[in-house]
Design a protein around this ligand. Structure first.
Ligand SMILES: NC(=O)c1ccc[n+]([C@@H]2O[C@H](COP(=O)([O-])OP(=O)(O)OC[C@H]3O[C@@H](n4cnc5c(N)ncnc54)[C@H](OP(=O)(O)O)[C@@H]3O)[C@@H](O)[C@H]2O)c1
Length: 371
């Protein structure tokens, strides 16, 4: 889809870990242009370079550095007569998102959110374009859609996204009855400054508040089926153990699964490898942020590793490896994904691109039609 006029977008929580990734990934985006930045009262009124401690390894774009951080309010009046864009990427803590995201949706914005606040709400889509784009239909169930046109769409928890992308091709061919997953999650997943260095250096913290519950519930919703106006979660058992480890970026997960009976015979290693290699998503491919190969196989017996594999597909591909029989369930493997790209900002940008391609961000669709 060729786009001539870029669509203005805003970032809520622009100064944080995920907010910074949005700025990095949206620089030179072919369809979207950052026109509005907002954060807390601590940052509002300052220039972005004063307000944010830039933590990424590419330079802060000069245009963004000089932009003024605005109050996190949708009204033009609160924004010094600057109108707020109709497409908002949100990177707020869940407690704040719970109040703020509906306010922006009610004001007519498409809110594309990273937070957990509404991921499990029955009328809010939790979406990975390559996996369950059809769940976007839930947008039409939100009251704001019929009143102002605004709505909320969410992307998954950073540990759920890699797991679900690895599981989807397996679920389609064989079915899945049980999932046992142990995560090793990077420190950037806790935002900035996150976990104190004295707590994490040379250490593993076997607890991330609320993470196991999110990983278990979101996995089943993402792999679930849209039935009329509701998503019926996948009927399977999931058990998650979540750990914080001394890795900067990239969540690694050790997974064991018990397969269903869709194939009619026991699946072989070749069957599983073929399911990953031959996976062709119905949606998502060809969008600007989509990787050519969403699931990459690493044949070496000591891969994937965060430092070596997290940037595959510009951080948007997940890497699977170490597939072998599991003596307790059926099969076990390792999956790795970049937590602030595929697991956060990149996921939200891909969702926005999907919405644009489906004509749900109208100005983009109009621009496309003129092209
Ligand atoms: N990091 C990850 O890997 C990851 C992955 C997936 C999802 N997420 C989710 O994404 C969200 C953001 O995470 P993060 O890691 O970027 O957190 P973070 O680094 O702590 O950033 C939080 C952002 O929210 C802003 N904020 C705080 N209070 C506010 C308020 N009252 N009003 C408006 N803005 C406010 C902060 O602004 P100030 O700078 O002004 O305080 C900052 O911009 C969370 O819900 C998180 O669970 C994170």
């Amino acid at each position: 889809m060729a786009i001539k006029a870029k669509l203005s977008v805003g970032i809520l929580g622009a100064t944080g870990m995920v907010g910074q990734r949005f700025i990095q990934l949206l620089e030179n985006h072919p369809w979207f242009e950052v026109a509005w930045l907002a954060a807390s009262d601590r940052s509002s009124g300052k220039s972005y370079c004063e307000a944010a401690k830039w933590r990424l390894d590419t330079p802060l774009p000069e245009r963004i550095a000089q932009m003024t951080v605005r109050p996190a309010e949708p009204s033009t009046a609160a924004n010094g007569n600057q109108s707020v864009p109709k497409v908002i990427f949100a990177a707020l803590d869940a407690a704040i998102a719970r109040e703020m995201e509906p306010a922006f949706a009610n004001a007519g914005c498409a809110v594309i959110s990273n937070s957990s606040a509404f991921r499990m709400a029955p009328n809010v889509p939790l979406v990975i374009p390559e996996i369950n784009a059809d769940h976007l239909h839930l947008i039409e169930e939100q009251p704001s859609r019929s009143s102002t046109g605004g709505y909320m769409v969410t992307n998954p928890n950073c540990s759920a996204i890699g797991l679900v992308m690895a599981l989807k091709p397996i679920e389609v061919r064989f079915g899945i009855e049980q999932i046992f997953v142990t995560t090793m999650q990077a420190v950037s997943g806790a935002g900035y400054p996150g976990v104190a260095s004295m707590d994490i250096l040379g250490n593993v913290v076997p607890y991330i508040g609320g993470e196991e519950e999110k990983l278990e519930a979101e996995t089943l919703k993402l792999l679930g089926k849209l039935n009329g106006h509701v998503v019926e979660p996948l009927h399977a058992k999931v058990s998650a153990h979540c750990n914080r480890v001394a890795v900067e970026d990239g969540h690694t997960e050790s997974v064991s699964i018990k397969l269903g009976s869709k194939l009619g015979r026991p699946a072989t290693r070749e069957d599983l490898l073929a399911a990953w290699a031959e996976f062709r998503p119905l949606f998502g491919q060809g969008l600007p942020t989509a990787p050519d190969q969403p699931i990459e196989w690493a044949p070496q017996n000591d891969r994937p590793q965060p430092r070596l594999d997290r940037n595959r597909g510009n951080g948007m591909a997940v890497t699977v490896g170490r597939l072998r029989p599991c003596p307790v369930l059926d099969w076990k493997f390792t999956v790795l994904s970049h937590n602030t790209i595929r697991g956060a900002a990149g996921a939200a940008i891909l969702n926005a691109e999907l919405l644009a391609s489906l004509g749900k961000l109208e100005p983009v669709a109009e621009a496309a039609a003129r092209a």
